[in-house]
Design a protein around this ligand. Structure first.
Ligand code: 5AD
Ligand code: SF4
Length: 432
């Protein structure tokens, strides 16, 4: 009883990408290990962590408005500690305290291994570089019992001219293969069926082996499904394409951010490939891995994007026929090269162009999904469907969402579903 009463509670807000989702698992794991319990209610927490994302202004605004509200919690319970972690913490550093003096700790992504000590101590700013990051073992409180994130590398060396990530996550560092492999082996023993390998640019994984060798080693562990994100088109090698074709556990899905269909813009973005080079790789992938799903990211309204440049992006979307795209208005990030570029595009133009390309893609997504009607697909059950809790939701190996009747299957079940009907962003199936 006493033990329970003395227990401290932590609540975490997570914004941004899968790296951040996984960092939150690491932070909660570390804290649990030193006696904290996780709560679902911020008003009950002794420690509130904001794991932030700096990639676009919108993500930043969302965080700051939520942070503003946490001030009231602190007024009500003065003992509450507030920690700002993640990419905004690293980017803004002391400026977080200026903007929100009630924040107790600012902790960059390379400092989360010290979290338990940090929240007991008095020093408030923890954003120093950590060259050991790739050798660390973390306690983790994983959200799922069947699908796991596995970091294979940290940081990014690409310096795309729009992107803040190289500044917030530092230089590329790869984890030793032995430590990745033993983590995945343990996951398999615990009954996990899927792992997603995480890195800003997984194709440039380079420790005691390269990415393709790593995939070959991992595939011997016998996980049902192995995914990886994100790939840079420049580093997508024929050897990797062969590996996707050969290794049975590797899922038939490739997320390959194109960003723009215009060579002029790609060059200004410092992407180091041309549209034709990108297309060539897509064709090679499709030839060697029939039925593979390819998704992409697009940035609309990069500085200097003319109507012609934009039209080339639309043409690329029409020509390639992606299975899905994530489209974003270009957002100016302080400290990046593109911040100071001439010819910034007005928001209204960006939004109009973005809406237009998303509408074009909608028809393509539907067409792609329709091609699956009448086929059987292996799906991995994730849980209740978000739109209707009486249905179950699972994913195909190609990462498409399938909803089926709930006949009691639990998370992590693999089953065969007959695809009855295609929708824009999901499929309706029945158990076969
Ligand atoms: N503005 C808009 N989108 C961005 N992305 C990265 N930086 C920016 C930015 N400054 C997008 C890219 C990347 C995805 C994760 O976020 O498309 O692939
Ligand atoms: Fe992830 Fe980039 Fe956002 Fe950081 S800034 S959380 S790396 S998307």
């Amino acid at each position: 009883m006493l033990d329970f009463m003395m227990k401290k509670f932590v609540y975490i807000y997570t914004y941004g990408c899968q790296m951040n989702v996984h960092d939150s698992e690491k932070m909660l794991g570390t804290l649990e290990n030193s006696g904290y319990a996780v709560t679902e209610h911020p008003e009950q927490a002794d420690l509130i962590i904001f794991n932030t994302c700096a990639i676009r202004e919108k993500a930043e605004q969302k965080f700051y408005s939520q942070l503003g509200r946490s001030k009231f919690l602190k007024n009500k319970r003065p003992g509450v500690k507030i920690a700002v972690a993640g990419c905004i913490a690293q980017d803004a550093q002391r400026r977080v305290f200026k903007r929100a003096p009630y924040v107790d700790f600012v902790i960059g992504p390379q400092n989360i291994h010290m979290l338990s000590d940090i929240v007991c101590g008095d020093t408030s700013l923890h954003t120093e570089e950590n060259p050991d990051i790739s050798y660390r073992q973390y306690e983790m409180r994983r959200e799922s019992k069947t699908r796991a994130w596995v970091s294979i590398m940290y940081g990014c060396n690409n310096f795309c001219s729009y992107c803040i990530v190289p500044f917030t996550r530092g230089r590329e560092l790869s984890r030793p293969s032995s430590s990745i492999i033993s983590e995945i082996r343990q996951l398999r023993q615990k009954g996990y069926v899927e792992v997603t390998l995480l890195g800003q640019n997984v194709n440039s994984y380079n420790s005691d082996m390269d990415f393709v060798q790593l995939l070959r080693e991992i595939s011997r562990i016998g996980m049902d499904r192995v995914r990886f994100i994100t790939s840079h088109p420049r580093d997508l090698s024929p050897a990797l394409i062969d590996a996707i074709a050969e290794l049975t556990g590797l899922c038939e899905h490739l997320h390959l951010p194109l960003q723009s269909g215009s060579d002029i813009i790609l060059q200004k973005m410092n992407r180091r490939y041309s549209y034709s080079g990108y297309l060539e790789k897509v064709l090679m992938v499709r030839e060697k891995v029939p039925g593979i799903a390819i998704t992409t990211d697009l940035i609309i309204g990069f500085p200097g994007e003319t109507q012609k440049d934009y039209d080339q992006t639309v043409n690329a979307v029409r020509e390639i026929e992606f299975d899905g795209i994530f489209g974003f208005n270009y957002s100016r990030r302080n400290g990046t090269l593109a911040y100071d570029m001439d010819e910034q595009i007005p928001d209204s133009v960006k939004s109009e162009r973005l809406n237009n390309v998303l509408k074009i893609q909608d028809d393509i997504s539907l067409k792609k999904n329709r091609a699956l009607e009448g086929t059987n697909q292996e799906i991995l059950i994730e849980g209740p469907s978000a739109s209707n809790k009486h249905l179950l939701m699972g994913r195909t190996r190609t990462n498409k969402i399938v909803t089926i009747e709930d006949s009691g299957e639990t998370e992590g079940t693999l089953l065969s579903a007959y695809i009855e009907k295609a929708r824009h962003h999901s499929l309706k199936g029945t158990k076969r």
